[in-house]
Write a protein that binds this ligand. Structure first.
Ligand code: G3H
Length: 502
């Protein structure tokens, strides 16, 4: 385990979180100490770059989960009672520590999940900025009072005092593709609103996630208020999600997992961001250069492993021909598949594991068997999938019937733009869609017909800037994220009605 010493920073900052062997076994956090886990079982985190074991994560037992939940439950009321300005200052300190460790965290993430240096660094910087913004926005939240006499039949006798209170214990489940940012986007608002947080990091990405938890701990989150349980979802997930102590679940991951979790947490508030499978519609008047650029960026960034990644393009055959030609011209400049550690690599590195790559290869092959054509790419080597463009794809083909989390962009020919609307609205996914047209009015009218969370006009789907609302409909999620929206989701209103003496 590398320890870091920067001015003003204790050399042993991350010391307690692993056993310092090679490869290290990381420890889970019960809210007070970092522990190896009593089961003695661990799960390896293998680097997508070369399959080497970056570290191991303990598989916690139900008894250990019970203890973590008890700590989270008992510590929460005092944390909620802590003045907001103090919780805010803890968040700003956490953001500062993240900045101090930018290079270190970036390197952990590159190796652990195969993110390119630029993308990993940008995730770290974005996370620090996000936490600061959360803290500032939490201070700006206001309650309200409501008078009674503006409802017919009521006099001035009542007043509702509406304030925001915590849910209690928030379970935060983050995905592998943004193990720091999509953990912090749950942890920070939950803590600011007075909840305690049990973090379930992803397995791939878990090491980055544990570093983040350590930063929050060191920034001053009191004992028990933040904890981290590790182990694969299929082994510990059920027990954690069903736990009575959990008051709310915040989750980012696949739609299938989201649906399964929702069924196990009945009557609890859920904040879910699930699969995207995002479509693009290209109108005849679109600027082909801008459109091709955005499709490449949106389709291939982080090897297509973003829930906001572009998955398919709906347009007429004539426009598709122009667009594909333009994309093929731009691809060599914009995309260079390779080792994410190399500065020459652009957008595409290995996907998260060789088994994920095999799955992507299978869906490409199955789609080709059903009539799709490979315009470029299509081959796999280990965990690397070549940047792939397919044409002649139908909505029923496996490559887009379900979200393919890899560097694959599919073209679906339509005869009319009403047909595009039908295809998008018939999909079980509904995160984002993009419309490309020079006529913004047409874009806005068209956007209004689409049953998705957000429509981008002349830009690729994306979550940021992070204070914008971010939501999915249908199987793409529930609840709204984005700075203020997340703070609201991580709390509930508590009205107290004062009946005034008449
Ligand atoms: O993968 C899911 C993320 O929320 C996508 O975020 O649009 O910033 O890449 P992004």
């Amino acid at each position: 385990m590398v320890t870091i010493s920067l001015p003003g920073m204790p050399a042993d900052f991350f010391e307690p979180i692993s056993d310092h062997k090679t490869p290290p076994t990381y420890l889970y956090f019960d809210g007070t100490s970092w522990k190896p886990g009593e089961s003695g079982k661990t799960v390896p985190v293998a680097s997508p770059i070369d399959g080497s074991v970056v570290g191991n994560l303990p598989v916690v037992t139900p008894k250990e989960i019970d203890a973590v939940m008890a700590a989270a439950t008992s510590s929460q009321p005092a944390w909620e009672a802590t003045p907001l300005y103090k919780r805010v200052s803890v968040m700003h300190l956490a953001a500062d520590w993240i900045r101090q460790f930018e290079e270190y965290l970036t390197n952990v993430m590159i190796r652990e999940i195969g993110k390119s240096a630029g993308e990993a660094k940008s995730e770290i910087v974005r996370t620090a900025d996000l936490i600061d913004y959360f803290a500032d926005e939490a201070e700006a939240l206001r309650g309200e009072t409501i008078d009674s006499d503006n409802f017919p039949g009521y006099e001035k006798g009542k007043i509702a005092i509406v304030e925001r209170v915590a849910h209690g214990v928030v379970l935060a489940i983050a995905p592998f593709n943004y193990p720091v940012n999509l953990s912090a986007s749950k942890i920070a608002p939950a803590l600011l609103m007075g909840n305690s947080v049990v973090v379930k990091p992803p397995t791939m990405g878990g090491i980055s996630g544990l570093h983040l938890v350590r930063i929050f701990e060191k920034a001053g989150v009191p004992k028990g208020v933040i904890t981290a349980v590790t182990g694969t979802g299929d082994v510990i997930g059920d027990y954690v999600v069903r736990h009575d102590a959990v008051s709310m679940v915040a989750f980012t991951g696949s739609s299938d997992t989201g649906l399964a979790i929702a069924g196990k947490a009945p009557m609890k508030p859920l904040l879910f961001e699930c699969g995207g499978n995002n479509p693009v519609v290209v109108m005849p008047d679109a600027d082909m250069g801008v459109t091709a650029h955005e499709i490449i960026k949106g389709g291939f960034a982080y090897s297509g492993q973003r829930c906001t990644g572009i998955k398919y393009v709906l347009t007429t055959k004539a426009i598709r021909e122009q667009l594909v030609e333009m994309m093929l011209k731009l691809m060599p400049e914009m995309v260079k598949a390779g080792d994410p550690r190399s500065p020459d690599t652009k957008l595409v590195g290995p996907v998260i594991s060789e088994s994920a790559a095999r799955h992507i290869e299978e869906v490409i092959e199955a789609s080709v068997k059903n009539g799709a054509t490979i315009v470029m790419g299509g081959k796999r080597t280990g965990a690397m999938i070549e940047p792939t463009i397919l044409t002649g794809v139908l909505p029923t083909m496996p490559v887009i019937a379900k979200e393919t989390f890899g560097p694959v962009v599919s073209f679906v020919d339509v005869n009319s733009f009403d047909e595009a609307v039908t295809i998008i609205n018939n999909s079980s996914y509904g995160l984002q869609a993009s419309v490309f047209t020079k006529d913004e009015g047409t874009g806005i009218v068209f956007a209004g017909k689409l049953h998705v969370g957000t429509v981008q006009i002349n830009g690729s789907p994306q979550r940021g800037p992070d204070h914008f609302p971010f939501l999915g409909v249908k199987h793409s999620g529930t609840g709204v994220q984005g700075v203020r929206y997340s703070l609201e989701a991580m709390s509930r209103i508590r009205p107290i009605v004062l009946n005034k003496p008449q």
